[in-house]
Design a protein around this ligand. Structure first.
Ligand SMILES: Nc1ncnc2c1ncn2[C@@H]1O[C@H](COP(=O)(O)OP(=O)(O)O)[C@@H](O)[C@H]1O
Ligand SMILES: [Mg+2]
Length: 389
């Protein structure tokens, strides 16, 4: 499969800070790529480079067969000639233009007179359920309506690539879900190619054909949402996608255990086709994969069990979000209200309990240097010849 859009070895430096660091992206035609990462990791800067609003220090950017940027051969196609649609966090509608004029704007600057005459503005407004708002000014619209108009403006000229920079962040929770779903439906219907930036893992999983998880100007994992969810590439990715339980593990005479000596059976934990070797590791576990018990006697064979105590619990409808200390660590779990609600409602902090999990739910990573005192970083050894690292 040939790549439609390609960002190669892109580097952007501000002052003495490397903000985008030899970044690579391949985006297929019609693909919805989500760039996911915490605030400050360089997402907006990457989008601005793709759009032509920043000049990178090195690297290249190609659209289809056309090079729009190449630092080594000094190619720099200006932003207005890149045929890109953009949707920002702040809706960025022009306040002195009506909805119709706002949506029409990209067609005007591209001199697409026929598109205007054939009703493309009205069709774009209709597409986001704003057909009745064409003569209003932005100040007469709700936030959700403004952002839908901004989406219509981003798509109206049928650009080669649509860039979304956290477009849902300023909306309240209910509207955010609505506009998200609308963007998803529009993508399914129109099949445009998109790069969508967010720091929100739920948004990323919901929208992305693929996710690029970004850390300090680099891509840490580039994969389908399912594979990112099932096999996060690193401790950083695992933490970012909600595996909030972190266990530092060491290997003792009797096998693996937590720092406080609670045994953890890692014999079955073969990571990505690789056996874990060495004496220290980090394991991640989702709150949903940790089960609450009143006593260790309830826990079946084959599960890792820790005794511990209650820290706090928060009601969430069908479940409680529960914080405990167990196996010497603070751990987070979701407990079904049906089974545990009456106890959690009355239990005081410090109440004794037990937790358990299946070792297969653990995702295990080499321990970063220095995290576990003086223990060597474990090696990951391939078990099958030719398996991918
Ligand atoms: N024009 C600029 N001049 C100097 N520093 C900048 C500029 N734009 C962004 N930065 C810095 O680059 C880093 C990444 O910013 P940004 O790309 O906006 O991150 P994100 O969108 O992931 O939150 C931040 O530390 C920010 O302060
Ligand atoms: Mg940003």
């Amino acid at each position: 499969m040939t790549s439609h859009f390609r960002v190669s070895n892109l580097t952007k430096i501000f002052g003495s800070n490397t903000i985008v660091d030899e970044l690579n992206l391949d985006i297929e035609d019609g693909e919805f790529l989500v760039l996911l990462g915490p605030s400050g990791c360089g997402k907006t800067t990457t989008l601005r480079c793709i759009a032509g609003l920043e000049t990178p220090e090195s690297g290249s950017i190609t659209f289809k067969d056309r090079t729009v940027f190449d630092a080594s051969s000094r190619v720099h196609v200006p932003a207005y000639k890149r045929n890109i649609g953009m949707v920002f966090q702040s809706y960025a509608l022009w306040p002195n233009m009506t909805v119709r004029e706002n949506i029409r704007y990209p067609l005007k600057v591209r001199r697409m007179k026929e598109a205007i005459a054939s009703g493309q503005v009205e069709a774009a407004a209709e597409m986001v359920d704003c057909g009745a708002l064409l003569d209003r000014y932005p100040s007469q619209l709700s936030g959700g309506q403004q952002q839908r108009v901004a989406v219509a403006r981003g798509l109206v000229a049928q650009p080669d690539l649509v860039l979304f920079d956290e477009p849902l962040s300023n909306l309240d929770a209910r509207l955010r879900d609505q506009v998200r779903s609308q963007i998803h439906q529009l993508h399914q219907r129109l099949g445009f190619t998109a790069v969508f930036v967010t720091h929100d893992q739920a948004e990323a999983f919901a929208l992305g054909d693929r996710l690029a998880i970004m850390k300090a100007g680099k891509i840490e994992q580039y994969d389908t949402p399912e594979r990112v969810y099932e096999t996060p590439a690193s401790d950083y990715v695992a933490a970012f996608i909600g595996m909030s339980n972190r266990l530092e593990l060491v290997r003792g005479h009797d096998g693996w255990m937590t720092r406080s000596g609670a045994p953890v059976d890692l014999d079955t934990a073969i990571v990505d086709g690789r056996h874990l070797r060495g004496d220290a590791a980090v394991a991640r576990l989702r709150p949903d994969d940790l089960t609450l018990h009143r006593s260790v006697d309830e826990i079946g064979r084959g599960r890792v069990a820790f005794t511990g105590e209650l820290v706090t619990s928060e009601y969430g409808g069908r479940y409680f979000d529960v914080t405990v200390t167990a196996g010497g660590e603070p751990l987070y779990l979701r407990a079904e209200a049906f089974h545990h609600g009456s106890w959690l409602r009355t239990a005081a902090a410090g109440a004794p309990l037990a937790v358990s999990f299946s070792p297969s739910a653990l995702r295990v990573f080499p321990s970063p240097g220095g995290k576990v005192d003086d223990l060597p970083v474990p090696e990951l050894v391939h078990t099958t010849a030719g398996a991918e690292a």
